[in-house]
Design a protein around this ligand. Structure first.
Ligand code: 5AD
Ligand code: SF4
Length: 474
């Protein structure tokens, strides 16, 4: 069957599918030269949005004839990059050096770079100057053109660079290879309009664009008929979903519709901005049988003064009131958060305020980051950058409180029997399976691979910090 016959979709989708056929011919040719199927490796840096994008890349690579491997000594290596903090960028540069040495031994090897980091002009400049061995570079807005870019890469001898500043296109319905057969991320919106003063995302992911309700429901329905039981609705700020649609709807209304999909068992979403979290959403979560008991609610700082400088548009008191309301309405919910330490102008008292919020909210987990200066953001130009040693001290203080409260909070479930979605064989001990509770806590228990993808009741016997050891309840 020709690839074109398998997919329906927009004009652009059909165009890309034609390119997939063309790329398939080049891969076949390569296959003959190598005497085996060429291998590809996609390495993902960063968040769940990037992980989902990588699944799209793998889908296309497999369709055109590559075999997926985890080994970077492959015939095609792609780095799907992140640029939210500078250390992510540094890791990419470090690993590129290693790829170059592999490429010298494999004349057919191709290297591609994509993702958020590529949206920064200074990065492209550096790669074009110092990493000439890279074959293809593209960004976040034109990832749907991957098949077309592959063809260009095979046809051109020189480095192919295609970066767009922004787009209003949303092209879906291309092949996707899911990492897990039973769960999947779904993009419900792209971009961000918030412009928090430290954050580079609005510059690299562009303005907010929501997908239509019909498209989202259609995608989830087809995933469910393909064995998916849990979906994660993805967006930089899901609480403002639907505002720019022709027929505006709210995120809560979208959730109500997703809930109705038969066969779907669990719904998660990521990420919520506290300023946009509505009472309607809390109500929908409370009444839902499928929405998981977990809310990721980035705090960033507990100091109103710093929140103001961060352009977060809520105060410490407003955040605390919101968290209290959520806890009152949905007592069994787990709340997790992101915290930045060392934002320009932050003093010890501000860190104390952050610690105060952690103790009051009692997070199940908090991702604590050291502030990273991102060129082009308003915060990077602020004069009162905090010295490294002061940041480190504040960071260690926050981390200690985060760990203590999270341990205490997670251990409250000890002795209970809760449903877990069985996800995989435990990495350290293959007699154990690893599952995830509705509230996102991990539990390990005796079992075998046949359970993967099923939801089973698990007795939570021993809490080990952030995870449990348990036993399936027969
Ligand atoms: N420095 C440190 N952390 C950052 N984040 C975003 N931008 C920066 C930055 N410049 C963190 C925020 C966000 C998470 C995804 O990354 O906490 O919620
Ligand atoms: Fe990284 Fe943010 Fe881009 Fe995700 S959206 S890949 S976290 S920069």
């Amino acid at each position: 069957m020709r690839i074109t016959e398998k997919y329906e979709g927009s004009k652009e989708t059909i165009r890309q599918i034609t390119y997939m056929e063309k790329a398939g011919v080049y891969v076949e040719e390569l296959s003959r030269k190598l005497g085996r199927k060429p291998s590809c490796c996609v390495t993902t840096f960063g968040c769940q949005m990037n992980a989902r994008d990588s699944e799209k890349l793998v889908g296309i690579l497999q369709e055109v004839g590559y075999e997926l491997t985890e080994d970077e000594n492959a015939d095609f290596v792609i780095y799907n990059t992140c640029t939210v903090r500078d250390n992510a960028n540094q890791r990419v540069y470090g690993r590129l050096g290693h790829l170059n040495s592999l490429k010298k031994k494999n004349p057919y090897m191709k290297i591609a770079l994509c993702g958020c980091m590529m949206q920064e002009p200074s990065v492209i400049e550096k790669i074009c100057q110092s990493y000439r061995f890279v074959d293809l570079i593209f960004g976040t807005h034109n990832i749907y053109k991957f098949a077309e870019l592959l063809v260009k890469m095979f046809e051109d001898d020189k480095m192919v660079v295609d970066i767009w500043e922004d787009t209003d296109q949303i092209v879906e319905d291309l092949p996707v290879e899911r990492k897990y057969p039973f769960k999947s991320g779904i993009n419900i919106m792209f971009g961000c309009n918030n412009f928090c003063s430290y954050c580079i995302v609005p510059y690299v992911r562009g303005r907010e664009r929501s997908r239509s309700l019909e498209d989202i429901l259609h995608e989830i329905e087809s995933l469910v008929s393909d064995g998916v039981v849990e979906v994660m609705l993805l967006g930089q700020n899901v609480n403002s979903y639907g505002k720019n649609l022709e027929h505006p709807i709210t995120f809560a209304q979208l959730l109500r519709e997703v809930e109705k999909i038969e066969g779907l068992k669990r719904i998660r979403f990521m990420t919520s901005h506290p300023k946009d979290l509505s009472d309607e959403l809390i109500q929908v979560m409370k009444e839902s049988k499928k929405i998981c008991r977990h809310l990721h609610l980035p705090l960033q700082s507990g100091s109103t003064r710093i929140l103001n400088a961060m352009n977060r548009r809520y105060t410490k008191e407003q955040y605390l009131a919101l968290a209290a309301k959520i806890r009152k309405e949905i007592p069994d919910i787990a709340i997790t958060t992101d915290i930045i330490v060392g934002f320009p102008g932050e003093e010890a008292q501000d860190v104390d305020e952050t610690i105060d919020v952690i103790q009051k909210v009692q997070y199940d987990n908090a991702f604590t980051f050291i502030y990273s200066k991102r060129t082009g953001t308003p915060a990077a130009a602020m004069e009162n950058q905090v010295p490294e040693a002061v940041v480190k001290e504040g960071f260690d203080r926050v981390l200690k409180v985060v760990q203590d409260t999270a341990r205490e909070r997670v251990s409250r479930l000890e002795g209970q029997v809760l449903d877990a979605l069985v996800e995989e064989v435990n990495e350290q001990d293959d007699s154990l399976m690893t599952g995830r509770l509705s509230n996102n806590t991990i539990v390990h228990f005796k079992g075998d691979e046949s359970l993967i993808g099923q939801i089973v009741p698990v007795h939570l016997k021993e809490c080990h910090g952030f995870y449990y050891l348990g036993e399936i309840q027969e």
